[in-house]
Design a protein around this ligand. Structure first.
Ligand SMILES: *[C@@H]1O[C@H](CO)[C@@H](O)[C@H](O)[C@H]1NC(C)=O
Ligand SMILES: *[C@@H]1O[C@H](CO)[C@@H](O)[C@H](O)[C@H]1NC(C)=O
Ligand SMILES: *[C@@H]1O[C@H](CO)[C@@H](O)[C@H](O)[C@H]1NC(C)=O
Ligand SMILES: *[C@@H]1O[C@H](CO)[C@@H](O)[C@H](O)[C@H]1NC(C)=O
Length: 186
């Protein structure tokens, strides 16, 4: 009798543990191991501001040029940038690093781009780099792009960066707020 009961409860335990395998396969909400918020400032060359431009159009479709972003949602324009990174939203704050990379516009009927860039830090606060890549549907209030790696203080970093357009002035200046959530920290 005792043995029978033991077998039944063992059986139950096995069934229960098997059924609990499924839910754990789902992506569970995890907390970031590190969170950083920065702003970066992009001043696009427009034919007149060579002195303080931090980015330049380096590619344009056949119907455009590299001075002014093309029509049709800038489709086909490629921009290279070396933008200052600050801790607050003031362009004139002391930069803590540089955002270096490129973006290109890749949809004709709505403004959307693809970003590939690094945050490069060489200050007492941070040393190293964080690498980002992903689609940026910039008409959306917030967009998530991937943090695909890092070096130095950010060795092997992986996570998600939420971008928010914090300011946008004509087609010359924009400021992005970057909320970095790392889920892998070493
Ligand atoms: C660029 O520099 C000029 C003068 O040096 C200044 O008037 C202008 O406001 C600057 N542009 C931006 C976006 O800061
Ligand atoms: C570049 O294209 C814009 C229109 O998209 C035009 O207004 C401008 O004159 C062009 N500039 C040059 C240097 O071709
Ligand atoms: C980082 O800063 C140090 C000290 O200012 C300097 O010696 C070094 O060359 C810099 N490295 C890079 C990659 O800019
Ligand atoms: C961007 O916004 C549109 C419309 O609000 C929405 O349908 C779309 O899913 C959003 N895309 C992303 C990547 O958030």
């Amino acid at each position: 009798m005792e043995a029978k009961r033991l077998i039944t409860s063992l059986f139950l335990i096995i069934i229960l543990s098997l059924s609990s395998v499924e839910p754990t396969k789902k992506i569970r909400a995890r907390n970031p191991c590190k969170r950083l918020v920065f702003y970066f400032h992009d001043i696009l060359y427009n034919g007149k501001n060579a002195e303080n431009a931090t980015s330049a159009i380096v590619g344009a479709p056949a119907w455009g040029n590299t001075t002014i972003l093309a029509g049709q949602s800038h489709f086909g324009n490629v921009v290279v940038f070396d933008d200052p990174i600050t801790l607050d939203n003031n362009l004139h704050s002391t930069p803590v690093g540089r955002a270096q990379g490129f973006y290109f516009y890749d949809k004709k009927d709505i403004f959307t781009s693809w970003l590939g860039f690094s945050f490069v830090f060489n200050s007492t606060g941070h040393k190293g780099s964080i690498n980002f890549a992903g689609a940026d549907p910039l008409m959306n209030k917030t967009r998530d792009i991937s943090v695909i790696g890092g070096t130095g203080d950010f060795f092997m970093a992986r996570g998600i960066a939420t971008l928010m357009t914090d300011a946008f002035e004509g087609e010359v200046y924009f400021r992005l707020c970057v909320d970095i959530k790392l889920y892998e920290c070493w």
